[in-house]
Design a protein around this ligand. Structure first.
Ligand code: FAD
Ligand code: DLZ
Ligand code: SF4
Length: 509
Protein backbone atom coordinates (compact mmCIF):
# COMPACT_ATOMS: atom_id res chain seq x y z
CA UNK A 1 0.00 0.00 0.00
CA UNK A 2 1.21 3.55 -0.75
CA UNK A 3 2.51 5.34 2.31
CA UNK A 4 0.59 8.51 3.16
CA UNK A 5 2.12 11.61 4.70
CA UNK A 6 0.15 12.68 7.78
CA UNK A 7 0.85 16.37 8.37
CA UNK A 8 0.79 17.62 11.94
CA UNK A 9 1.13 21.38 12.35
CA UNK A 10 2.52 23.20 15.37
CA UNK A 11 -0.95 23.95 16.72
CA UNK A 12 -2.27 20.42 16.20
CA UNK A 13 -0.48 18.63 19.02
CA UNK A 14 -3.17 16.23 20.17
CA UNK A 15 -3.46 12.47 19.66
CA UNK A 16 -7.14 13.10 18.92
CA UNK A 17 -6.43 14.98 15.67
CA UNK A 18 -8.69 13.70 12.91
CA UNK A 19 -5.69 13.12 10.63
CA UNK A 20 -4.33 10.56 13.14
CA UNK A 21 -7.58 8.64 13.40
CA UNK A 22 -6.43 5.71 11.20
CA UNK A 23 -3.81 4.85 13.82
CA UNK A 24 -0.12 3.92 13.50
CA UNK A 25 -0.98 0.45 12.14
CA UNK A 26 -1.66 1.94 8.69
CA UNK A 27 2.13 2.39 8.19
CA UNK A 28 1.80 6.03 7.26
CA UNK A 29 4.44 8.57 8.17
CA UNK A 30 3.75 11.63 10.29
CA UNK A 31 5.41 14.77 8.92
CA UNK A 32 6.29 17.56 11.33
CA UNK A 33 8.48 20.50 10.36
CA UNK A 34 9.91 23.48 12.17
CA UNK A 35 10.01 26.12 9.45
CA UNK A 36 11.17 29.72 9.25
CA UNK A 37 8.15 30.81 7.20
CA UNK A 38 5.69 30.06 10.00
CA UNK A 39 7.76 32.12 12.43
CA UNK A 40 8.15 35.10 10.12
CA UNK A 41 5.02 35.53 7.94
CA UNK A 42 4.23 37.84 10.81
CA UNK A 43 7.06 38.44 13.28
CA UNK A 44 5.92 36.09 16.03
CA UNK A 45 7.03 36.71 19.59
CA UNK A 46 10.10 34.56 20.39
CA UNK A 47 8.29 32.95 23.34
CA UNK A 48 5.46 31.90 21.08
CA UNK A 49 7.89 30.28 18.65
CA UNK A 50 9.66 28.64 21.60
CA UNK A 51 6.38 27.24 22.89
CA UNK A 52 5.42 25.81 19.53
CA UNK A 53 8.74 24.26 18.61
CA UNK A 54 9.31 22.80 22.10
CA UNK A 55 5.80 21.35 22.22
CA UNK A 56 6.24 19.96 18.68
CA UNK A 57 9.44 18.15 19.67
CA UNK A 58 7.81 16.63 22.73
CA UNK A 59 4.67 15.66 20.83
CA UNK A 60 6.76 13.94 18.15
CA UNK A 61 8.30 11.79 20.93
CA UNK A 62 4.82 10.97 22.19
CA UNK A 63 3.76 9.86 18.73
CA UNK A 64 6.86 7.68 18.32
CA UNK A 65 6.14 6.10 21.72
CA UNK A 66 2.65 5.33 20.45
CA UNK A 67 4.11 3.50 17.47
CA UNK A 68 4.02 6.17 14.76
CA UNK A 69 6.84 6.70 12.30
CA UNK A 70 7.62 10.42 12.47
CA UNK A 71 9.66 12.36 9.91
CA UNK A 72 10.62 15.42 11.94
CA UNK A 73 12.54 18.37 10.51
CA UNK A 74 14.25 20.63 13.06
CA UNK A 75 14.66 24.29 12.19
CA UNK A 76 18.42 23.95 11.77
CA UNK A 77 18.31 20.86 9.53
CA UNK A 78 20.42 21.80 6.47
CA UNK A 79 17.82 20.19 4.18
CA UNK A 80 14.94 22.17 5.73
CA UNK A 81 12.87 23.65 2.88
CA UNK A 82 11.78 26.57 5.08
CA UNK A 83 8.01 26.26 4.57
CA UNK A 84 5.29 23.74 5.36
CA UNK A 85 4.52 23.21 1.68
CA UNK A 86 8.20 22.90 0.80
CA UNK A 87 8.68 20.29 3.51
CA UNK A 88 5.69 18.27 2.33
CA UNK A 89 7.02 18.24 -1.24
CA UNK A 90 10.44 17.16 0.00
CA UNK A 91 8.98 14.35 2.11
CA UNK A 92 6.72 13.28 -0.76
CA UNK A 93 9.81 12.72 -2.88
CA UNK A 94 11.67 10.98 -0.06
CA UNK A 95 8.82 8.57 0.71
CA UNK A 96 7.77 8.24 -2.93
CA UNK A 97 4.17 9.19 -2.37
CA UNK A 98 1.73 11.90 -3.44
CA UNK A 99 -0.84 11.12 -0.74
CA UNK A 100 -1.24 13.63 2.11
CA UNK A 101 -3.72 13.53 4.99
CA UNK A 102 -4.12 16.51 7.26
CA UNK A 103 -6.53 18.26 9.57
CA UNK A 104 -7.78 21.65 8.38
CA UNK A 105 -5.38 24.39 9.52
CA UNK A 106 -6.69 27.39 11.46
CA UNK A 107 -5.80 29.93 8.82
CA UNK A 108 -7.04 30.48 5.24
CA UNK A 109 -3.48 31.28 4.13
CA UNK A 110 -2.32 27.75 4.87
CA UNK A 111 -5.55 26.03 3.82
CA UNK A 112 -5.19 27.57 0.36
CA UNK A 113 -1.48 26.87 0.08
CA UNK A 114 -1.95 23.21 1.00
CA UNK A 115 -4.92 22.75 -1.30
CA UNK A 116 -2.84 24.13 -4.16
CA UNK A 117 -0.02 21.61 -3.77
CA UNK A 118 0.57 19.26 -6.69
CA UNK A 119 -0.22 16.36 -4.33
CA UNK A 120 -3.40 14.49 -3.45
CA UNK A 121 -4.45 16.27 -0.26
CA UNK A 122 -7.20 14.92 2.01
CA UNK A 123 -8.15 17.72 4.40
CA UNK A 124 -10.22 16.49 7.35
CA UNK A 125 -12.37 18.53 9.73
CA UNK A 126 -10.81 19.73 12.95
CA UNK A 127 -12.87 17.77 15.45
CA UNK A 128 -11.28 19.44 18.48
CA UNK A 129 -14.15 21.94 18.53
CA UNK A 130 -17.67 21.66 19.85
CA UNK A 131 -19.32 23.26 16.83
CA UNK A 132 -18.42 22.06 13.34
CA UNK A 133 -18.53 24.51 10.42
CA UNK A 134 -21.87 22.95 9.41
CA UNK A 135 -23.26 23.40 12.96
CA UNK A 136 -22.31 27.06 12.96
CA UNK A 137 -23.66 27.68 9.48
CA UNK A 138 -26.96 26.09 10.51
CA UNK A 139 -27.12 28.29 13.60
CA UNK A 140 -26.26 31.45 11.62
CA UNK A 141 -28.61 30.82 8.73
CA UNK A 142 -31.42 33.34 8.45
CA UNK A 143 -30.40 35.28 11.56
CA UNK A 144 -30.37 39.06 11.29
CA UNK A 145 -27.63 39.38 13.84
CA UNK A 146 -25.16 36.79 15.05
CA UNK A 147 -25.02 37.52 18.76
CA UNK A 148 -22.84 35.23 20.82
CA UNK A 149 -25.31 34.95 23.70
CA UNK A 150 -27.86 32.92 21.70
CA UNK A 151 -25.19 30.67 20.24
CA UNK A 152 -23.87 30.12 23.75
CA UNK A 153 -27.26 28.98 25.08
CA UNK A 154 -27.41 26.42 22.32
CA UNK A 155 -23.95 25.15 23.27
CA UNK A 156 -25.04 24.84 26.90
CA UNK A 157 -28.02 22.75 25.84
CA UNK A 158 -25.90 20.69 23.45
CA UNK A 159 -23.26 19.87 26.08
CA UNK A 160 -25.48 19.76 29.16
CA UNK A 161 -22.84 21.87 30.94
CA UNK A 162 -24.27 23.73 33.95
CA UNK A 163 -27.75 22.50 33.14
CA UNK A 164 -30.33 21.22 35.60
CA UNK A 165 -32.52 19.27 33.24
CA UNK A 166 -33.71 21.72 30.57
CA UNK A 167 -32.89 24.76 32.68
CA UNK A 168 -29.63 26.58 33.28
CA UNK A 169 -28.16 26.14 36.78
CA UNK A 170 -29.21 28.95 39.07
CA UNK A 171 -32.11 29.86 36.76
CA UNK A 172 -30.03 32.19 34.57
CA UNK A 173 -27.88 31.66 31.51
CA UNK A 174 -25.45 34.46 32.28
CA UNK A 175 -24.22 35.88 35.59
CA UNK A 176 -22.17 38.73 34.21
CA UNK A 177 -23.96 41.31 36.30
CA UNK A 178 -22.30 39.72 39.37
CA UNK A 179 -18.85 39.98 37.78
CA UNK A 180 -16.56 42.85 36.81
CA UNK A 181 -15.41 44.06 40.20
CA UNK A 182 -12.64 46.65 40.06
CA UNK A 183 -9.04 45.80 40.88
CA UNK A 184 -7.79 45.89 44.43
CA UNK A 185 -4.09 46.08 45.10
CA UNK A 186 -4.37 43.76 48.10
CA UNK A 187 -6.00 40.86 46.24
CA UNK A 188 -4.44 37.57 47.29
CA UNK A 189 -2.65 36.23 44.25
CA UNK A 190 -0.74 33.01 43.85
CA UNK A 191 0.44 33.77 40.32
CA UNK A 192 0.42 31.37 37.40
CA UNK A 193 2.34 28.06 37.15
CA UNK A 194 5.86 28.48 35.85
CA UNK A 195 8.01 25.73 34.39
CA UNK A 196 11.80 25.75 34.48
CA UNK A 197 13.03 25.11 30.91
CA UNK A 198 14.27 21.53 30.49
CA UNK A 199 16.93 20.43 27.97
CA UNK A 200 14.50 20.39 25.04
CA UNK A 201 13.16 23.85 25.82
CA UNK A 202 16.63 25.28 26.43
CA UNK A 203 17.83 24.01 23.05
CA UNK A 204 14.83 25.58 21.34
CA UNK A 205 15.32 28.87 23.23
CA UNK A 206 18.90 29.07 21.92
CA UNK A 207 17.79 28.33 18.38
CA UNK A 208 14.95 30.86 18.48
CA UNK A 209 17.14 33.56 20.03
CA UNK A 210 19.59 33.01 17.18
CA UNK A 211 17.11 32.72 14.27
CA UNK A 212 14.40 35.22 15.21
CA UNK A 213 16.49 38.01 16.63
CA UNK A 214 14.81 41.36 16.07
CA UNK A 215 11.27 40.14 16.77
CA UNK A 216 9.45 42.00 19.54
CA UNK A 217 10.22 40.35 22.92
CA UNK A 218 12.84 37.81 23.89
CA UNK A 219 12.97 34.16 24.98
CA UNK A 220 14.25 35.27 28.40
CA UNK A 221 12.02 34.19 31.25
CA UNK A 222 10.18 31.60 29.15
CA UNK A 223 8.18 29.57 31.69
CA UNK A 224 5.23 28.14 29.75
CA UNK A 225 4.08 24.54 29.82
CA UNK A 226 5.30 22.61 26.77
CA UNK A 227 3.71 19.19 27.16
CA UNK A 228 0.42 17.63 28.11
CA UNK A 229 1.32 16.85 31.74
CA UNK A 230 2.46 20.40 32.39
CA UNK A 231 -0.64 21.82 30.70
CA UNK A 232 -2.80 19.66 32.98
CA UNK A 233 -0.89 21.10 35.94
CA UNK A 234 -1.76 24.62 34.73
CA UNK A 235 -5.42 23.67 34.49
CA UNK A 236 -5.43 22.12 37.96
CA UNK A 237 -3.67 25.15 39.43
CA UNK A 238 -6.27 27.45 37.92
CA UNK A 239 -9.29 25.41 39.01
CA UNK A 240 -8.03 25.16 42.60
CA UNK A 241 -6.58 28.60 43.11
CA UNK A 242 -8.02 31.13 40.70
CA UNK A 243 -11.38 29.95 39.37
CA UNK A 244 -13.31 30.96 42.51
CA UNK A 245 -12.37 34.60 41.88
CA UNK A 246 -12.39 34.43 38.06
CA UNK A 247 -15.80 36.04 37.66
CA UNK A 248 -15.40 38.78 40.24
CA UNK A 249 -12.10 40.06 38.90
CA UNK A 250 -12.34 39.08 35.23
CA UNK A 251 -12.12 42.69 34.06
CA UNK A 252 -9.67 43.98 36.67
CA UNK A 253 -6.16 45.14 35.76
CA UNK A 254 -3.18 45.59 38.07
CA UNK A 255 0.21 46.88 36.98
CA UNK A 256 2.20 44.35 39.00
CA UNK A 257 -0.02 41.36 38.25
CA UNK A 258 -0.31 40.49 34.58
CA UNK A 259 -2.51 37.41 35.00
CA UNK A 260 -4.67 37.98 38.10
CA UNK A 261 -7.35 35.25 38.22
CA UNK A 262 -7.21 34.37 34.55
CA UNK A 263 -6.52 30.78 33.54
CA UNK A 264 -3.65 31.30 31.09
CA UNK A 265 -4.77 28.16 29.27
CA UNK A 266 -5.43 29.66 25.82
CA UNK A 267 -2.03 28.63 24.41
CA UNK A 268 -2.61 25.03 25.46
CA UNK A 269 -6.19 24.88 24.23
CA UNK A 270 -5.14 26.38 20.92
CA UNK A 271 -2.19 24.08 20.24
CA UNK A 272 -3.92 20.90 21.37
CA UNK A 273 -2.37 20.22 24.79
CA UNK A 274 -5.76 20.72 26.45
CA UNK A 275 -9.30 20.15 25.17
CA UNK A 276 -12.45 22.19 25.82
CA UNK A 277 -14.30 19.20 27.29
CA UNK A 278 -11.87 18.42 30.11
CA UNK A 279 -11.40 22.11 30.91
CA UNK A 280 -15.15 22.76 31.20
CA UNK A 281 -15.74 19.49 33.07
CA UNK A 282 -13.12 20.45 35.66
CA UNK A 283 -14.77 23.85 36.15
CA UNK A 284 -18.25 22.36 36.45
CA UNK A 285 -17.02 19.81 39.01
CA UNK A 286 -15.55 22.64 41.08
CA UNK A 287 -19.00 24.26 41.11
CA UNK A 288 -20.96 21.05 41.82
CA UNK A 289 -18.60 20.18 44.70
CA UNK A 290 -18.99 23.62 46.23
CA UNK A 291 -15.44 24.79 45.49
CA UNK A 292 -16.25 27.67 43.13
CA UNK A 293 -19.30 29.95 42.85
CA UNK A 294 -21.69 29.84 39.92
CA UNK A 295 -20.91 33.35 38.65
CA UNK A 296 -17.23 32.36 38.24
CA UNK A 297 -17.84 28.95 36.69
CA UNK A 298 -20.59 30.12 34.34
CA UNK A 299 -18.42 33.06 33.24
CA UNK A 300 -15.47 30.77 32.58
CA UNK A 301 -17.45 28.10 30.70
CA UNK A 302 -19.08 30.86 28.61
CA UNK A 303 -15.64 31.99 27.43
CA UNK A 304 -14.85 28.49 26.19
CA UNK A 305 -18.04 26.99 24.74
CA UNK A 306 -19.48 30.44 23.98
CA UNK A 307 -16.90 32.99 22.89
CA UNK A 308 -14.17 30.66 21.68
CA UNK A 309 -16.47 28.52 19.56
CA UNK A 310 -18.45 31.50 18.29
CA UNK A 311 -15.29 33.37 17.26
CA UNK A 312 -14.07 30.35 15.31
CA UNK A 313 -17.48 30.01 13.70
CA UNK A 314 -17.32 33.62 12.50
CA UNK A 315 -13.82 33.19 11.05
CA UNK A 316 -14.80 30.26 8.88
CA UNK A 317 -18.31 31.52 8.08
CA UNK A 318 -17.10 34.90 6.84
CA UNK A 319 -14.30 33.52 4.71
CA UNK A 320 -11.07 34.88 3.32
CA UNK A 321 -12.24 38.47 2.93
CA UNK A 322 -12.92 38.92 6.64
CA UNK A 323 -9.40 40.09 7.45
CA UNK A 324 -9.39 42.75 4.71
CA UNK A 325 -12.35 44.70 6.14
CA UNK A 326 -12.01 48.29 7.29
CA UNK A 327 -15.55 49.56 7.80
CA UNK A 328 -14.48 52.71 9.65
CA UNK A 329 -11.84 53.57 7.03
CA UNK A 330 -9.09 53.90 9.60
CA UNK A 331 -5.68 54.43 7.99
CA UNK A 332 -3.25 55.71 10.60
CA UNK A 333 -0.04 53.68 11.05
CA UNK A 334 0.38 51.63 14.20
CA UNK A 335 2.37 53.85 16.58
CA UNK A 336 5.76 52.83 17.94
CA UNK A 337 4.34 52.47 21.45
CA UNK A 338 2.95 49.08 20.36
CA UNK A 339 6.49 47.88 19.75
CA UNK A 340 7.73 49.19 23.09
CA UNK A 341 8.33 52.82 22.07
CA UNK A 342 8.28 55.58 24.69
CA UNK A 343 4.95 56.62 26.13
CA UNK A 344 3.67 58.66 29.05
CA UNK A 345 0.50 56.56 29.20
CA UNK A 346 0.91 54.21 32.17
CA UNK A 347 -1.79 51.82 30.97
CA UNK A 348 -0.25 51.37 27.51
CA UNK A 349 3.20 51.01 29.07
CA UNK A 350 1.92 48.24 31.37
CA UNK A 351 -0.08 46.34 28.73
CA UNK A 352 2.62 46.52 26.06
CA UNK A 353 5.41 45.87 28.61
CA UNK A 354 3.87 42.65 29.87
CA UNK A 355 3.14 41.63 26.28
CA UNK A 356 6.83 42.06 25.47
CA UNK A 357 7.91 40.14 28.59
CA UNK A 358 5.34 37.33 28.58
CA UNK A 359 3.64 37.34 25.17
CA UNK A 360 0.46 37.54 27.27
CA UNK A 361 -2.10 40.11 28.26
CA UNK A 362 -5.55 39.25 29.49
CA UNK A 363 -8.76 40.00 27.67
CA UNK A 364 -9.52 43.43 29.10
CA UNK A 365 -5.97 44.65 28.57
CA UNK A 366 -6.23 43.55 24.92
CA UNK A 367 -9.72 44.98 24.46
CA UNK A 368 -9.89 48.09 26.61
CA UNK A 369 -6.28 49.31 26.64
CA UNK A 370 -4.36 48.46 23.45
CA UNK A 371 -7.49 47.74 21.38
CA UNK A 372 -9.42 50.75 22.66
CA UNK A 373 -6.48 53.07 21.97
CA UNK A 374 -6.02 51.77 18.41
CA UNK A 375 -9.72 52.17 17.66
CA UNK A 376 -10.00 55.66 19.13
CA UNK A 377 -6.83 56.75 17.33
CA UNK A 378 -8.07 55.40 13.99
CA UNK A 379 -5.27 52.91 13.37
CA UNK A 380 -5.38 50.81 10.19
CA UNK A 381 -7.07 47.57 11.38
CA UNK A 382 -4.83 45.41 9.18
CA UNK A 383 -1.81 46.66 11.13
CA UNK A 384 -3.61 46.13 14.44
CA UNK A 385 -4.50 42.59 13.33
CA UNK A 386 -0.90 41.85 12.40
CA UNK A 387 0.28 43.13 15.77
CA UNK A 388 -2.08 40.93 17.77
CA UNK A 389 -1.28 37.91 15.62
CA UNK A 390 2.45 38.47 16.17
CA UNK A 391 2.75 39.26 19.83
CA UNK A 392 0.44 36.91 21.72
CA UNK A 393 1.39 33.38 22.74
CA UNK A 394 -2.13 32.13 21.93
CA UNK A 395 -2.60 33.94 18.60
CA UNK A 396 -3.72 31.92 15.58
CA UNK A 397 -5.71 33.66 12.92
CA UNK A 398 -9.00 31.75 13.44
CA UNK A 399 -9.24 33.13 16.98
CA UNK A 400 -7.22 36.33 16.76
CA UNK A 401 -8.82 37.89 13.67
CA UNK A 402 -12.50 38.03 14.73
CA UNK A 403 -11.42 39.19 18.19
CA UNK A 404 -9.23 41.96 16.81
CA UNK A 405 -11.01 43.04 13.67
CA UNK A 406 -14.53 42.28 14.88
CA UNK A 407 -14.76 42.66 18.61
CA UNK A 408 -11.99 45.18 19.12
CA UNK A 409 -11.74 47.34 15.98
CA UNK A 410 -15.32 47.19 14.61
CA UNK A 411 -13.69 46.67 11.20
CA UNK A 412 -16.34 44.08 10.28
CA UNK A 413 -19.11 46.67 10.64
CA UNK A 414 -20.72 45.07 13.68
CA UNK A 415 -20.83 41.33 13.00
CA UNK A 416 -19.15 40.42 16.29
CA UNK A 417 -19.81 43.55 18.39
CA UNK A 418 -23.16 45.34 18.54
CA UNK A 419 -21.33 48.57 19.31
CA UNK A 420 -17.67 49.60 19.33
CA UNK A 421 -15.74 48.79 22.50
CA UNK A 422 -14.56 52.31 23.24
CA UNK A 423 -14.19 54.11 26.53
CA UNK A 424 -12.65 57.19 28.02
CA UNK A 425 -9.99 56.95 30.73
CA UNK A 426 -12.58 56.66 33.50
CA UNK A 427 -13.27 52.99 32.63
CA UNK A 428 -9.55 52.16 32.85
CA UNK A 429 -9.29 54.11 36.09
CA UNK A 430 -12.23 52.22 37.61
CA UNK A 431 -10.91 48.77 36.63
CA UNK A 432 -7.17 49.21 37.24
CA UNK A 433 -4.45 50.81 39.32
CA UNK A 434 -2.73 52.29 36.25
CA UNK A 435 -3.88 55.90 36.43
CA UNK A 436 -2.32 56.65 39.80
CA UNK A 437 1.16 56.35 38.27
CA UNK A 438 0.42 58.11 35.02
CA UNK A 439 1.87 61.36 33.73
CA UNK A 440 -1.61 62.17 32.42
CA UNK A 441 -4.56 63.02 34.64
CA UNK A 442 -7.55 60.82 34.14
CA UNK A 443 -9.80 63.48 35.70
CA UNK A 444 -8.75 66.14 33.14
CA UNK A 445 -11.10 66.35 30.18
CA UNK A 446 -9.04 68.89 28.26
CA UNK A 447 -5.62 70.48 28.49
CA UNK A 448 -2.04 69.36 28.23
CA UNK A 449 -2.35 66.72 30.96
CA UNK A 450 -5.74 65.36 29.90
CA UNK A 451 -5.79 61.59 29.53
CA UNK A 452 -5.54 60.82 25.78
CA UNK A 453 -8.42 58.36 26.08
CA UNK A 454 -10.66 61.21 27.30
CA UNK A 455 -10.16 63.42 24.25
CA UNK A 456 -9.85 60.65 21.66
CA UNK A 457 -13.09 59.10 22.89
CA UNK A 458 -15.13 62.15 21.89
CA UNK A 459 -13.14 62.62 18.71
CA UNK A 460 -14.05 59.04 17.71
CA UNK A 461 -17.75 59.52 18.45
CA UNK A 462 -17.80 62.87 16.68
CA UNK A 463 -16.05 61.66 13.51
CA UNK A 464 -18.24 58.54 13.27
CA UNK A 465 -21.48 60.26 14.18
CA UNK A 466 -23.31 59.23 11.00
CA UNK A 467 -22.64 55.58 11.65
CA UNK A 468 -23.26 55.40 15.39
CA UNK A 469 -25.75 58.01 16.51
CA UNK A 470 -28.65 55.78 15.49
CA UNK A 471 -27.27 52.88 17.55
CA UNK A 472 -29.65 52.58 20.50
CA UNK A 473 -26.79 51.69 22.85
CA UNK A 474 -24.85 54.85 21.97
CA UNK A 475 -27.59 57.47 21.91
CA UNK A 476 -26.88 58.62 25.46
CA UNK A 477 -23.25 59.36 24.58
CA UNK A 478 -24.29 61.57 21.68
CA UNK A 479 -26.81 63.38 23.89
CA UNK A 480 -24.06 64.02 26.46
CA UNK A 481 -21.78 65.36 23.71
CA UNK A 482 -24.51 67.59 22.31
CA UNK A 483 -25.25 69.03 25.75
CA UNK A 484 -21.62 70.10 26.29
CA UNK A 485 -20.98 73.74 25.61
CA UNK A 486 -19.50 74.45 22.20
CA UNK A 487 -16.25 75.85 23.63
CA UNK A 488 -15.59 72.65 25.55
CA UNK A 489 -16.37 70.52 22.52
CA UNK A 490 -13.95 72.57 20.42
CA UNK A 491 -11.23 72.25 23.06
CA UNK A 492 -11.68 68.45 23.21
CA UNK A 493 -11.48 68.08 19.43
CA UNK A 494 -8.45 70.34 19.26
CA UNK A 495 -6.67 68.44 22.07
CA UNK A 496 -7.49 65.14 20.39
CA UNK A 497 -6.02 66.41 17.15
CA UNK A 498 -2.85 67.40 18.96
CA UNK A 499 -2.55 63.79 20.17
CA UNK A 500 -3.22 62.45 16.68
CA UNK A 501 -0.69 64.85 15.14
CA UNK A 502 1.91 63.59 17.57
CA UNK A 503 1.16 60.02 16.55
CA UNK A 504 1.45 61.01 12.88
CA UNK A 505 4.82 62.65 13.48
CA UNK A 506 6.02 59.55 15.31
CA UNK A 507 6.35 61.49 18.56
CA UNK A 508 5.59 59.66 21.80
CA UNK A 509 2.20 60.20 23.43
P1 FAD B 1 -9.28 33.49 30.50
O1 FAD B 1 -9.72 34.88 30.69
O2 FAD B 1 -8.89 32.74 31.70
O3 FAD B 1 -10.45 32.73 29.72
C1 FAD B 1 -10.50 31.31 29.62
C2 FAD B 1 -10.49 30.85 28.18
O4 FAD B 1 -11.62 31.30 27.48
C3 FAD B 1 -9.31 31.33 27.37
O5 FAD B 1 -8.18 30.53 27.59
C4 FAD B 1 -9.81 31.22 25.95
O6 FAD B 1 -9.58 29.95 25.42
C5 FAD B 1 -11.32 31.44 26.10
N1 FAD B 1 -11.67 32.80 25.68
C6 FAD B 1 -11.97 33.85 26.47
N2 FAD B 1 -12.35 34.90 25.72
C7 FAD B 1 -12.25 34.51 24.43
C8 FAD B 1 -12.47 35.15 23.20
N3 FAD B 1 -12.90 36.42 23.13
N4 FAD B 1 -12.22 34.47 22.07
C9 FAD B 1 -11.79 33.18 22.11
N5 FAD B 1 -11.57 32.52 23.27
C10 FAD B 1 -11.81 33.18 24.40
N6 FAD B 1 -7.68 34.56 22.35
C11 FAD B 1 -6.90 33.61 21.82
O7 FAD B 1 -6.96 32.45 22.24
N7 FAD B 1 -6.04 33.91 20.80
C12 FAD B 1 -5.93 35.16 20.30
O8 FAD B 1 -5.15 35.39 19.37
C13 FAD B 1 -6.74 36.19 20.86
N8 FAD B 1 -6.65 37.46 20.40
C14 FAD B 1 -7.42 38.43 20.96
C15 FAD B 1 -7.33 39.72 20.46
C16 FAD B 1 -8.10 40.73 21.00
C17 FAD B 1 -8.02 42.12 20.43
C18 FAD B 1 -8.98 40.44 22.05
C19 FAD B 1 -9.83 41.51 22.64
C20 FAD B 1 -9.08 39.16 22.56
C21 FAD B 1 -8.31 38.13 22.02
N9 FAD B 1 -8.39 36.81 22.49
C22 FAD B 1 -7.62 35.84 21.92
C23 FAD B 1 -9.37 36.42 23.52
C24 FAD B 1 -8.86 36.47 24.96
O9 FAD B 1 -8.30 37.73 25.22
C25 FAD B 1 -7.87 35.37 25.26
O10 FAD B 1 -8.43 34.12 24.92
C26 FAD B 1 -7.51 35.31 26.74
O11 FAD B 1 -6.99 36.55 27.15
C27 FAD B 1 -6.55 34.19 26.99
O12 FAD B 1 -6.07 34.20 28.31
P2 FAD B 1 -6.58 33.20 29.43
O13 FAD B 1 -6.36 31.79 29.00
O14 FAD B 1 -5.94 33.61 30.70
O15 FAD B 1 -8.13 33.48 29.40
C1 DLZ C 1 2.95 29.55 14.75
C2 DLZ C 1 3.83 28.47 14.21
C3 DLZ C 1 5.22 28.65 14.24
C4 DLZ C 1 5.84 29.86 14.83
N1 DLZ C 1 6.05 27.73 13.72
C5 DLZ C 1 5.54 26.59 13.20
C6 DLZ C 1 6.38 25.61 12.64
O1 DLZ C 1 7.60 25.74 12.57
N2 DLZ C 1 5.81 24.49 12.14
C7 DLZ C 1 4.46 24.29 12.16
O2 DLZ C 1 3.99 23.24 11.72
N3 DLZ C 1 3.65 25.22 12.67
C8 DLZ C 1 4.13 26.35 13.19
N4 DLZ C 1 3.31 27.32 13.69
C9 DLZ C 1 1.85 27.08 13.65
C10 DLZ C 1 1.24 27.46 12.28
O3 DLZ C 1 1.56 28.81 12.00
C11 DLZ C 1 -0.27 27.23 12.31
O4 DLZ C 1 -0.48 25.86 12.21
C12 DLZ C 1 -1.01 27.92 11.21
O5 DLZ C 1 -0.92 29.31 11.33
C13 DLZ C 1 -2.48 27.53 11.18
O6 DLZ C 1 -3.12 27.82 12.39
FE1 SF4 D 1 -4.18 55.39 30.81
FE2 SF4 D 1 -5.35 57.78 30.90
FE3 SF4 D 1 -5.14 56.33 33.10
FE4 SF4 D 1 -2.97 57.40 32.01
S1 SF4 D 1 -4.69 58.50 32.89
S2 SF4 D 1 -3.17 55.32 32.80
S3 SF4 D 1 -3.44 57.26 29.84
S4 SF4 D 1 -6.32 55.80 31.30
Amino acid sequence: MVKRLILILGDQLSPDMSCLSDGPEASDVVVMAEVTDEGTYVPHHPQKITLILSAMRKFADRLRDAGWEVAYTPLDDPDNAGSICGELLRRAEEFETDQVVLTEPGEWRLIDALNNLPLHVEMRQDTRFLASHADFERWAEGRKSLRMEYFYREMRRKTGLLMDGDDPCGGQWNFDQDNRKPARGDLFKLGPCRFEPDDTVRAVMDLVADRFDGHFGTVDGFAYATDRDQALEVLDHFIKNALPCFGDYQDAMLADDPVLYHALISPYLNIGLLGWREVCAAAETAYREGNAPLNAVEGFIRQIIGWREYIRGIYFLKGREYTAQNTLNHTRDLPAVYWGGDTDMACMRAAVGQTRDLAYAHHIQRLMVTGNFALLAGIDPAQVHEWYLSVYIDAFEWVEAPNTLGMSQFADGGVVASKPYVSSGSYIDRMSDYCGDCAYKVGDKTGEKACPFNVLYWHFLNRHRDRFQGNGRMGMMYRTWDKMDAGKRDAIISDAETVLDRLDRGDPV
